[in-house]
Design a protein around this ligand. Structure first.
Ligand SMILES: [Cu+2]
Length: 85
């Protein structure tokens, strides 16, 4: 079950391998149930994270950096039914 959604913008991803790396690192966060990446080559790719509990921004950032990429903006709350608590 995915009750919470977080969205971050990650820069530096260029291909499916990058997507896999980021997805894998974020997926290692215990509460994460799904990771969806809209790859934007040469720009900021939107990464949507589904989780069973809210995940704090520093934890997402740490996972993205672990994969070798950077978040370009503060996490933005999902516009569509995301948790805002
Ligand atoms: Cu790549």
């Amino acid at each position: 079950m995915s009750d919470f959604t977080s969205t971050v913008l990650v820069e530096g991803m260029t291909c499916g391998h990058c997507v896999a790396s980021v997805s894998e690192e974020i997926g290692e966060i215990a509460e994460v149930s799904g990771v969806e990446v809209e790859l934007v080559v040469g720009g900021a790719s939107r990464v949507t994270i589904a989780s069973s509990a809210p995940i704090t921004a520093p934890r997402i950032q740490a996972a993205v950096e672990e994969a070798g990429y950077a978040i370009v903006e503060e996490p933005v709350a999902s516009a569509e039914g995301g948790a805002s608590a």
